[in-house]
Design a binder for this molecule. Structure first.
Ligand code: AGP
Length: 600
């Protein structure tokens, strides 16, 4: 996934606008960055490896321009260096691109046979050359773009400058997101709204196989038959929530602490008036099964919901990784509801899986954080998590907001199908109303978490184990640690460790565990004794005041399973944060990652 921005104005210097836009899109990737702009009637290109700050410091401070396109990259084809950085210019054509050209190899061979030479190993340079080839052949931009769309497989959001038509920016789109904003005396394009909100909240959303010609005072949008089409002008309502990190050292720490507000904000519409509110949740009783699909942390939230649906409401429920789901036989039918979980609403694998279910006209529900993201337009019903903008690549407040919504969805379903009594439902609603009293003490145990972080941060292998719901928590706990500290941390079903992986346990190997299910705890404690017998250091999160000198224990309050799903992850999030902080990694933008994975 990458971020693209472009701007054209009669008299504004758009260079700082492009750089600011890129900075707001760095969550989409930050391996390298580049910009192309009109200077003395020619296109000038600057590109760097690394973050946008490297690009802005390399730019000639004296330069100004009224037309330009820019890009921040997450490498898909070719390493993260300045040669592979976008923009790519081939003869008349300069482009930036977000997506993957799947048939780039055969296109590249065809173009090489036509004497095209390539400097980079990217699929994007091939796309630029193909556009140049068609432009040379047809001398007509509409034909060029539509011919490109006919012959290219894969996904793209492309912004393009043409040497002999520098009064316009052209954009074309298939699967990767692209919007066109209208500001005063300027038009601006971007991968998503975040890059343009500072200048306008009015924008068009391009759909697949649409393209546009954008000049200073006109936006003309075409369909794949080269017909001009009218598109709805969207007005982004959400006030752009506070995305500064305040006095916190990292966005991630701020977002972990924000959970004392975001969880309740997410829950309120479904608890503030008791049973009446919980019935604001969609009625699931007509479905024979609930399938859940997501990636990464969103998938882990789905795992939690699976246990709750099955154990507390006796409902068939399975969870799938979107990247696997989309290639499996999913026995879809109209009485199976598929829930799609996504913070960004732009994850390519999740969108592809969602489109598959829609093609079969089967029911879909989204649990999504970013308003107006692609998935919000695709699902039949959308439940918004109210986590606010999540800037850190490692998801924390979005995860607990997802789990909150899912837990309340399960609660409403249990109330409706009578597997959860009215009194129990009211008791859990009350617990949610008091979530801050439960979560705040956990957020405040900084010394405790730093002590644990100090004892594990030099390790290279760490294990997280648990049974049932605790196994789901372990999956998220392990991901949090590995993605920001770069320590290899692996989650394992506690009962499974002895079937091979225990061979990796040696003296001082840290094993983190949550044991919060009275029915399963004695088994889990036995598993902990097994690893201690082999030299492991054990850190246990539990809710039953268990005591044992051989463990380092973090006690959390005893609550219902619904609330437990939120409490257990707090220590795991903060242990991961302080461990990464001791290792000095780039916590908010870890290497190789991006916040929204809009490629497959
Ligand atoms: C979360 O910490 C990760 N950065 C990543 O696994 C993320 O959860 C995954 O890419 C799914 O993203 P989405 O929720 O925006 O679809």
């Amino acid at each position: 996934m990458c971020g693209i921005v472009g701007a054209i104005s009669k008299n504004k210097n758009i260079l700082p606008i492009l750089i600011t836009g890129l900075k707001n899109l760095e969550y989409r990737g930050y391996d390298s960055a580049g910009i192309a702009y009109l200077k003395n009637k020619k296109i000038k290109i600057t590109k760097v490896a690394g973050k946008v700050t490297n690009l802005s410091s390399k730019l000639n401070k004296e330069d100004t321009s009224t037309v330009g396109i820019a890009h921040t990259r997450w490498a898909t084809h070719g390493s993260a260096n300045s040669i592979n950085a976008h923009p790519h210019k081939v003869n008349h054509i300069t482009i930036v691109h977000n997506g993957i050209i799947e048939n780039f190899k055969e296109l590249k061979e065809m173009l090489i046979s036509l004497n095209y030479k390539f400097k980079s190993t990217t699929d994007t340079e091939v796309a630029a050359a193909l556009l140049d080839f068609y432009y040379d052949k047809f001398k007509d931009i509409n034909k060029t773009i539509t011919e490109f769309m006919k012959n290219v497989k894969g996904s793209y959001a492309i912004s393009m400058l043409i040497d002999n038509d520098l009064e316009s920016i052209y954009v074309l789109k298939k699967e990767s997101p692209l919007i066109i904003g209208t500001a005063n005396n300027m038009n601006i394009i971007a991968s998503d709204i975040r890059a343009i909100l500072k200048y306008t909240n009015k924008y068009f959303i391009l759909d697949d196989f649409e393209y546009a010609k954008i000049s200073t005072d006109d936006i003309t949008i075409y369909n794949k038959d080269q017909n001009i089409i009218n598109k709805k002008l969207n007005i982004y309502q959400d006030k752009d929530d506070n995305t500064s990190k305040g006095n916190y050292k990292h966005y991630m720490l701020k977002e972990i602490m924000d959970q004392k507000d975001t969880i309740l904000n997410t829950a309120l519409p479904f608890i503030e008036k008791g049973i009446i509110s919980i019935l604001n949740m969609p009625d699931l009783t007509k479905y024979s099964k609930i399938d859940i699909v997501g990636c990464g942390t969103a998938y882990h939230a789905g795992l939690v919901a699976k246990y709750l649906f099955r154990e507390l409401t006796n409902t068939k429920c399975d969870v799938y990784l979107a990247s696997e789901y989309r290639y499996e036989n999913n026995f879809l039918n109209k009485d199976v509801l598929t829930i799609f979980i996504s913070q960004s609403g732009e994850t390519a694998d999740t969108i592809a899986a969602l489109k598959l279910v829609k093609e079969k006209a089967c029911p879909t529900l989204g649990i999504i954080n970013v308003k107006n993201s692609t998935m919000t337009y695709l699902v039949d019903t959308c439940l918004y998590t109210k986590a606010g903008s999540e800037i850190a690549v490692a998801s924390t407040k979005a995860y607990t907001a997802q789990v909150t919504l899912l837990a309340l969805l399960v609660l409403s379903h249990g109330y409706r199908n009578k597997t959860i009594s009215k009194s129990k439902t009211l008791q859990i609603i009350d617990e949610f109303n008091n979530i801050n009293k439960l979560i705040t003490p956990l957020l405040k145990q900084k010394e405790r978490y730093i002590k644990i972080a100090n004892s594990i941060y030099k390790e290279e292998n760490i294990f997280y184990i648990g049974r049932g719901l605790d196994y789901a928590f372990s999956m998220e706990g392990a991901l949090k640690l590995k993605e920001i500290s770069y320590i290899h941390s692996e989650a394992y079903a506690a009962g499974e460790l002895k079937h091979g992986t225990i061979s990796l346990i040696k003296k001082n190997t840290p094993v983190l565990c949550s044991a919060t299910n009275d029915k399963l705890n004695s088994k889990t404690i036995s598993n902990l004794k097994e690893v201690i017998a082999r030299g492991a250091k054990v850190y246990l999160i539990t809710n039953n005041n268990y005591e044992d000198e051989s463990f380092s224990i973090i006690n959390i309050p005893k609550t219902s399973d619904f609330i437990k799903t939120i409490l257990v992850i707090i220590p795991y999030q903060l242990i991961a944060y302080y461990t990464a902080d001791l290792r000095g990694t780039d916590i908010d933008k870890p290497k190789n990652l991006a916040k929204s994975v809009t490629v497959e």
